[in-house]
Write a protein that binds this ligand. Structure first.
Ligand code: SF4
Ligand SMILES: [Zn+2]
Ligand SMILES: [Zn+2]
Length: 345
């Protein structure tokens, strides 16, 4: 099999240990073997081409490059004793909702690294051990982790990241590889984060199942806990206009939604406070949003409650705004006589 230049092996095995092309003698004297097929390797360290290992027979084996990268990852991560992981968040399938669970990238101390260790029905490329924790590291060279493997990892309650080396430059040096594997986060992505998976289950546990009902061209759910809309005294929500943007929607499979609105659970912190505290928090957030909207509306001379025009009454020491629709709408605001700040009444 011929290999393109970006698939040249830069790691091999010598005396049972992984070794980089820079650290061996030229030619057969390198004393190295292919980590996949075990054939003797020649260290090609000429002037023109990137230094690399080639099989003595001249025929490259299929797994050599990939296995050498697994080996490189093991060696580099073990030597570094740490790796930076990308920020983690809870992603809800069938919902745009994303809940961050870290403020940014996380540093994982590393105690031990194992290669291709079978775990039930899966064989991860690399396993990193950190205290009681273990993290599967999948090196993406030619095949991404597919949905089936991802599901198995989740079912085994394991955490895994994928490191994308499929598009790395053909002249990738050891320093660059160290940068990608240890400190970089750009090429890393979470395949499964067990802590996030457990938290996601907590959201699902408190969620209500709300069947989606077609009404003409609109799709609704009834008994919206936050009363997104009310018709003849019955609260409901428009799935596309309300639920899709709602912080309480954790799933929409077109037949039903899962809504955490009844319990007012929108964030991880909400699990740590009582329902009355969550209701108070929501009321404060709503009041803040209403004031922001009201200030913009007053600027345009429009009532933020009903959309009718506002009347501006300049008094001695303040300005008063009232709705022209005062028979049905009670909105009014006035400026503070001392600061001039607009107070929504
Ligand atoms: S997701 Fe939001 S808008 Fe939709 S029913 Fe639940 S609380 Fe109401
Ligand atoms: Zn080989
Ligand atoms: Zn009004």
């Amino acid at each position: 099999m011929s290999v393109s230049s970006h698939k040249r092996m830069i790691y091999a095995v010598k005396g049972g240990q992984p070794i980089h092309i820079d650290d061996v003698e030229r030619g057969l004297a390198c004393g190295c073997f292919c980590p996949a097929c075990g054939e003797r390797l020649i260290a090609r360290k000429g002037e023109k081409m990137m230094h690399h290992f080639a099989h003595r027979s001249g025929t490259e084996c299929e797994k050599g490059y990939e296995t050498s990268l697994h080996l490189a990852a093991k060696d580099i991560l073990l030597r570094a004793g740490r790796m930076i992981l990308p920020p983690a968040s809870i992603c809800f399938p069938d919902s745009p909702k994303v809940v961050p669970i870290t403020d940014g990238p996380i540093e994982l101390p590393i105690d031990r690294v194992e290669l291709e260790q079978r775990m039930d029905t899966i064989i991860p490329d690399v396993v990193v051990f950190s205290g009681e924790k273990k993290l599967l590291v999948e090196i993406y060279v030619s095949h991404k982790v597919d949905d089936i493997k991802q599901k198995k990892i989740e079912e085994l309650h394991l955490s895994a990241i994928e490191i994308d080396l499929s598009r790395v430059e053909r002249t990738l040096s050891r320093v660059e590889l160290v940068g990608i594997l240890v400190d970089g986060t750009e090429n890393k992505k979470w395949i499964s984060n067990e802590y996030a998976n457990q938290l996601k289950d907590q959201f699902y546990k408190v969620a209500e199942i709300k069947p989606i009902i077609s009404r003409g061209y609109a799709i609704h759910v009834d008994n919206c806990p936050i009363k997104a809309r009310v018709w003849h005294g019955i609260p409901y929500a428009n799935v596309l206009d309300d639920c899709s943007y709602c912080k309480y929607m954790v799933s929409d499979n077109r037949e039903r939604i899962l809504c955490t609105g009844k319990e007012r659970i929108a964030s991880i912190d909400d699990f740590n406070i009582t329902l009355p505290e969550r209701l108070k928090k929501e009321a404060e957030e709503n009041r803040k949003k209403f004031i922001e909207k009201a200030l913009r509306s007053i600027d345009m001379g429009i009532c933020p409650k009903c959309g009718e025009n506002l009347i501006v009454n300049p008094c001695e020491d303040r300005i008063i705004w009232e709705c022209t629709n005062s028979r049905f709408c009670d909105f009014s605001a006035e400026s503070d006589p001392e600061t001039g700040e607009i107070i929504i009444l």
